[in-house]
Design a binder for this molecule. Structure first.
Ligand code: NAP
Length: 245
């Protein structure tokens, strides 16, 4: 396989990046930690939209783009598909399945911030595990609510919001303690799928705490889709045969 550009920023993408040889590139937006010990090249920062990405693909001689970004990184996924179309380079995507509700779950699906605010209105102690978005709304917290926002940000919070700057994976005992200590009566989450952040759903089920879940954005069509890093790596190996990646 000629030069691969892997778009990452997720644990799944890192698993793939660890298997890539020196001529391939792992790309990160630059929000999280820099991975260590990778053989492949690591680049950080935006490309400048789909146009910028298309120029990058041409300039760097990229022969395959793999979109392994988070399912909610819809802009990057759209840019990747558009740039691949323009440059006639195949685009593969890792599209992790969402979680499946189980008996006892009370999931309330919402689209967008306004619907989310409506859905949590009946509750008092809200645990947000859906990224940084709530930080922009800390001045609008209704008088009857207290928010606990777990995200990658060292924000100081305010008198009605506590910010927990923490990175997964999170285990079940830790999640039980978090719910109990903060007397959580509603959980807000993205429909991310995967095991790293699943424990909170088990605790919500145990405690009969409703879950307000943000629906996934729609993602572009790509040439091939995979639902696990292992499946994608197998396909890469098949492309490459026994040659060095
Ligand atoms: P986004 O809204 O789809 O992307 C915004 C812009 O960030 C893109 O247009 C692109 O800038 C740049 N970008 C995103 N991913 C990039 C990558 N892998 N390499 C280079 N540039 C990238 O994405 P987001 O939701 O802000 O997520 C940013 C990163 O965090 C992604 O890598 C994603 O995998 C990771 N992440 C996101 C979430 C989430 O819930 N959204 C959760 C966990 C991890 P240009 O247009 O300038 O190229």
């Amino acid at each position: 396989m000629n030069r691969v550009l892997l778009l990452g920023g997720t644990g799944d993408a890192l698993q793939i990046a660890r298997q890539l040889g020196t001529r391939h590139v792992y790309s990160l937006a630059g929000l999280g930690r820099m991975p260590e010990g990778l053989a492949c090249e690591v680049r950080v920062g935006g490309f400048g939209g789909s146009e910028g990405l298309a120029r990058y693909i041409e300039r760097e001689g990229i022969a395959l783009v793999i979109d392994a970004t988070h399912p909610y990184a819809a802009q990057m996924s759209a840019n990747a598909a558009a740039a691949c179309r323009e440059t006639n380079v195949p685009c593969w995507a890792l599209r992790r399945a969402g979680w499946s509700p189980q008996t006892g779950d009370d999931w309330r699906m919402v689209d967008g911030w306004d619907a989310l605010v409506d859905a949590i209105r009946p509750f008092r102690r809200v645990l947000f595990t859906s990224g940084r978005e709530p930080l922009a709304h800390l001045d609008d917290i209704p008088a009857h609510q207290f928010w606990i926002v777990r995200c990658l940000d060292a924000h100081r919070g305010n008198e009605r919001a506590r910010i927990i700057d923490a990175r997964g994976p999170f285990d079940i005992d830790g999640e039980r303690a978090l719910f109990a200590l903060n007397r959580i009566d509603v959980l807000v989450t993205k429909h991310s799928g995967g095991s790293a952040t699943q424990a909170k759903l088990e605790v919500a089920r145990e405690l009969k705490v409703p879950v307000v879940m943000m629906r996934r954005p729609s993602l572009p069509e790509v040439d091939r889709e995979f639902d696990s890093p292992a499946q994608l790596l197998r396909a890469l190996n098949e492309e490459e045969g026994s040659a060095e990646r």
